[in-house]
Every structure is written in structure tokens, then in C-alpha cells.
Design a binder for this molecule. Structure first.
Ligand SMILES: NC(=O)c1ccc[n+]([C@@H]2O[C@H](COP(=O)([O-])OP(=O)(O)OC[C@H]3O[C@@H](n4cnc5c(N)ncnc54)[C@H](O)[C@@H]3O)[C@@H](O)[C@H]2O)c1
Length: 347
């Protein structure tokens, strides 16, 4: 049985612990600088508790290190786990910049360890179906990607958020926290663009990105248009609940639209997929049971660790999102189209 050590027992760890417990997996260590948080979160697992994640990584009782703490520690924890030949599950975004992500990806590959990045929205059945239906679109010529989340009104000083706190934990705001999932979905369904032309809007006098717009330019002339925003609109989106996130892809044989749902309310909603077939001139709506994508993701990663199967989203996928994000900010800063530097990390 694979034994897990979890670093970081804050918000997102709730979903990882739920999935690990559901699976009946062994959680042997939990680390958090707030030991009480680690104790509470891991209750019932029998995990040892520590404030020092080095102790967890060094323990012979841990086979896989699960990194769920602030972005700033992802690299150190990942490199140390890899150096000890341990498997890694790392929350997104994988690293705080693309050079670090490339370094970690190379280290994982050289050590031959399995490394997964937690882009759990790929595990919505609707997303898996979308991947399967890609080949039915014919020649893909355009796409639109949106990630709008109701964080509040960031066009007034009364937003009530600790902007520095967000930047401290996540290393960025709307692009990293919200849109990174749809950037991963774009890469998953459409592959890697050659260049990016972007505009990023920050909350005044801060590095808190509240809105970003970009064109992803592909080798064959295909262009995906992307936008993300923190917004105050309460009843927009396919479920009229403020969550407005989708990817729409147009091909010569049809159009597909995948609308995702609030990731932390998975028990209430299911992602929706529609497919328009140009031959029959009909649209099919694919409806699925609501499910928790974290449960599916962790069950799949566990299967990979048990069998040695090289699955995804892995270190290359985590790196690719980090590279795309970096290029969005670079393009916005330089106000021109910038080629994405894939740093020799292949698909
Ligand atoms: N997949 C998703 O949809 C999703 C959603 C939210 C957050 N995340 C990611 O999960 C990670 C954590 O985010 P969160 O929202 O849970 O943040 P959080 O602030 O709620 O939790 C982070 C935890 O890490 C602990 N921590 C900080 N430094 C530490 C250290 N040196 N050693 C051990 N523990 C330490 C903190 O005490 C805290 O309990 C981030 O990388 C974030 O981007 C992913």
C-alpha cells in the first residue's frame, strides 16, 4: 500500500484528505507550521504530526509527498522529495515561475519518480468526454476560453480582501488562482501555442491581477481567445450562480463547449458538455452525475503509484501551465506577442 505524507493542511487539504480517506489510503505523516491544523485535518488517519516538512520528507514511512502548502515552498519540498526517490503530488500552480518548474520537471524525470500536478478539473467526466470528442471536430480553427469568478468588486477600495495575503500564499491572483485550471484545459484539449499576446489589468498600485485577456497563437494559424476576471456579478454563468467558466472549440465538423462548475461545491453541480455536429446539424447535451473531481484524481494517482503507470497531469503539464502564465505576464508587460519558451520540456 502506498504511504502518503501531506505538507500543508489549509483549505485545499480538506479535499485531498477526503479523497485519501475515501480511498482507504495510508496517510503516515502530516506537516504544517500550524501543527494544530495538521492534527485536525489528519484526525483518524493515525498520521504523525510535524511542523517541519523536512522530517516528513526524510521519513522512511512516506512513499509519496503531497505538497499542499503555499506556492513558495513547492520547489524546495518537491526537489527534496525527488532527491529521496519519492513520488510527488503537487497542488497547482506547480511552481512560481517556469524556470523552477522546468528544473523540477527535469529532476523528476532524471530520478524516474512519478510526479503529478493537481489540475483536478481534467477528472470531470465531461472533460474526459470532451477529450474523446476532439477528433470529431475536424480541423480546429478557433476557440474561446473563459474563467470568470465572483471574487467581488475590485474596481472599488471596498473589496474587503487582503490582497498581499493572496499574493503571499498563491504567488498571484486571478490568473494563477482561478484561470490556471482553464489554461491547463486549453493545453490538454488544444496542445501548446507557439506565442501569446496578452493584456493584464492589476488592482491599482499592487501586483494583484484582477483581469487578463490573451490570444494564444498556434503554429497552424488557430487562435484561442482567453479571458479571466475577478468580478462581482452574482447570477451569470451556465448555472446562474456567478461561476462563468468554459472552453468552446470550433472545428470544420462541429463545435464543442465544456462548462465547468464550482470546484468546491462538487456535490451540487455537474460540468456540462455540448457538442454540435455539423453533418447532422444537431446538438447533443452530455449530462453527467455530479461528482468530486478530487476523489477521481487521487484514486487515479494512487493507481499510478501502485502500478508505476506514467499518468497525467504530470510534471510536464504543470510546467506547461507555468510557462503559459509567465508568457501572459511577459507579453502584457512588453505589449507585444511573445513566443512561449517551452525550455525543452516536451509534451
Ligand atoms: N486545485 C485547486 O483548485 C486549488 C484551490 C485552492 C488552492 N490550491 C493550491 O493549494 C495550495 C494551498 O492553498 P490553500 O488555499 O490551501 O492555502 P491555505 O493558506 O489555506 O493553506 C496553506 C497551508 O500551508 C501551511 N504552510 C505554509 N508554509 C508552510 C511550511 N513551510 N510548512 C508546512 N506548512 C506550511 C499553512 O500554515 C496553511 O495551513 C496552493 O498551492 C494553491 O495554489 C489549489
Amino acid at each position: 500500500m502506498v504511504r502518503y505524507g501531506v505538507i500543508g493542511c489549509g483549505n485545499i487539504s480538506k479535499f485531498h484528505f477526503h479523497a485519501l480517506k475515501k480511498l482507504g489510503a495510508a496517510v503516515t505523516y502530516a506537516a504544517d507550521i500550524n501543527e494544530e491544523a495538521a492534527r485536525e485535518r489528519s484526525a483518524g488517519t493515525g498520521a504523525k504530526i510535524t511542523a517541519d516538512y523536512n522530517e516528513l520528507i526524510g521519513s522512511p514511512d512516506v512513499d509519496v509527498v503531497v505538497i499542499l502548502a503555499n506556492g513558495s515552498i513547492h520547489k524546495d519540498a518537491a526537489m527534496k522529495a525527488i532527491a529521496r526517490g519519492k513520488g510527488v503530488i503537487c497542488e497547482k500552480t506547480m511552481m512560481n515561475n517556469s524556470a523552477d518548474a522546468a528544473e523540477v520537471a527535469r529532476a523528476a524525470q532524471k530520478a524516474g519518480v512519478l510526479f503529478f500536478t493537481s489540475y483536478m478539473k481534467r477528472f470531470f467526466p465531461a472533460a474526459e468526454k470532451a477529450k474523446e470528442l476532439m477528433e470529431k471536430l475536424g480541423h480546429v480553427f478557433s476557440a474561446t476560453v473563459r474563467s470568470y469568478q465572483a471574487w467581488g468588486n475590485f474596481y472599488t477600495p471596498e473589496h474587503g480582501w487582503d490582497l498581499d495575503g493572496v499574493l503571499r500564499v498563491y504567488g498571484g491572483a486571478i490568473v494563477k488562482c482561478a484561470a490556471s485550471h482553464m489554461l491547463d484545459m486549453t493545453l490538454y484539449l488544444l496542445g501548446r501555442p507557439k506565442s501569446v499576446y496578452a493584456s493584464v489589468d492589476f488592482y491599482p498600485d499592487t501586483k494583484f491581477d484582477r483581469k487578463a485577456t490573451a490570444l494564444f497563437e498556434y503554429e497552424d494559424g488557430m487562435v484561442a481567445s482567453f479571458e479571466t476576471a475577478a468580478h462581482p456579478l452574482k447570477k451569470i454563468g451556465y448555472e446562474r450562480n456567478s461561476w462563468d467558466e468554459f472552453i468552446e472549440i470550433n472545428g470544420t465538423d462541429g463545435r464543442m463547449k465544456l462548462s465547468t462548475v464550482m470546484w468546491d461545491h462538487p456535490e451540487n453541480n455537474a460540468a456540462l458538455l455540448t457538442f454540435y455536429d455539423n453533418e447532422t446539424e444537431t446538438e447533443t447535451e452530455y449530462r453527467f452525475d455530479a461528482m468530486n473531481p478530487f476523489d477521481a484524481e487521487i484514486a487515479y494517482f494512487n493507481h499510478c503509484f501502485e502500478t508505476g503507470e506514467k499518468g497525467a497531469p504530470n510534471e510536464k503539464d504543470g510546467f506547461a501551465v507555468d510557462a503559459l502564465i509567465e508568457t501572459i505576464f511577459l507579453s502584457a508587460e512588453q505589449k507585444k506577442s511573445i513566443p512561449v519558451d517551452w525550455r525543452g520540456i516536451d509534451v
